[in-house]
Write a protein that binds this ligand. Structure first.
Ligand code: ATP
Ligand code: MG
Length: 268
């Protein structure tokens, strides 16, 4: 028997179709997607734009109903998925009429914690999330990196032990993005939640993850699964090492092939 912990989340044969409406034809967004997430694991999904990454996360968050397949949490299919897993959408969705502090407490409040207690809990985490001193600022007065950290803190505070993060650093410049990667690893190493992160960035996926899934095609499906045998804790210097470059090449090969196929299909 292997010493691996049991799967926390099992995704079995998920497919998704967006129904046709008066202006758009039906879209088959995902086909037969299966994988599992073990307790405390950090897994990333990389794939080109439009391959269905957000669709997959929305289904796992319970916001979309799959056209086929099922999801099991600790071996059981939950009657209701909505609210079971923490979800950070692709856009940070901070509410402009709530201060930073009141934005990050939202998940706690929705779960029934009173606002004063929720604020107390959130204040303890502001430092770790680089937001100390900014709790009374409006979201419009925060930098892009701060907004993303506030959205992440809101997701962390919602108290779920599986987090779905959709391009959490998507809106950031390259240097801030790099700093945020190291920071996220620090936060994850502190309490080892199970994380499924979506990104376009192969280096980001490798640096952060225990495993990387490559998703391609329309409808999207998983074409490659790569174990990342890099030791932890990880520092940014790792990305300059030959072993890292070799792993990166293994991920880029199927993505290049996908890009080539798309161009061929698109050519007149
Ligand atoms: N609400 C919707 N109605 C109809 N089609 C949709 C809807 N949302 C997404 N799609 C389609 O489903 C497919 C997958 O979209 P999705 O947003 O999941 O891709 P993605 O991999 O997250 O892309 P990106 O990397 O650009 O965020 C695309 O073809 C998209 O046009
Ligand atoms: Mg997306």
């Amino acid at each position: 028997m292997s010493g691996a912990p049991p799967p926390r989340l099992e995704v079995c044969g998920l497919s998704a179709t967006y129904a046709a409406d008066s202006r758009h034809a039906e879209v088959a967004a995902l086909r037969d997607v299966s994988f599992e997430l073990r307790r405390g694991e950090f897994v990333s999904i990389v794939g080109p734009s439009g391959c269905g990454k957000t669709t997959l996360l929305k289904m796992l968050a319970g916001l979309l109903v799959p056209s086929a397949g099922q999801m099991l949490i600790d071996g059981v299919e939950p009657p209701e998925l909505l609210g079971r897993l923490g979800y950070m959408p692709q856009n940070d969705h901070l509410m402009p009429w709530r201060t930073t502090l009141d934005n990050v407490t939202l998940g706690l409040e929705l779960a029934g914690t009173g606002r004063p207690a929720a604020r107390e809990i959130a204040r303890r985490e502001l430092e770790l999330f680089g937001l100390a001193g900014f709790e009374d600022h409006w979201p419009r007065a925060l930098s892009g990196g701060m907004r993303q950290r506030a959205a992440l803190l809101r997701t962390f505070l919602a108290g779920r032990d599986v987090l779905l993060l959709d391009e959490p650093f998507g809106a950031l410049d390259a240097l801030t993005r790099e700093a945020m990667r190291e920071w996220l690893l620090g936060v994850w190493e502190a309490d080892r939640k199970t994380i499924l992160l979506v990104t376009h960035d192969v280096e980001e996926a490798l640096f952060l993850s225990d495993r990387v899934l490559v998703m391609c095609g329309r409808p999207g499906h998983i074409t490659t699964t790569l174990e990342v045998p890099l030791p932890r804790p990880r520092a940014l210097a790792l990305t300059g090492e030959p072993g890292f470059a070799a792993l990166k090449e293994q991920l880029l090969a199927p993505l290049r092939e996908e890009a080539r196929l798309r161009l061929t299909v698109a050519a007149p």
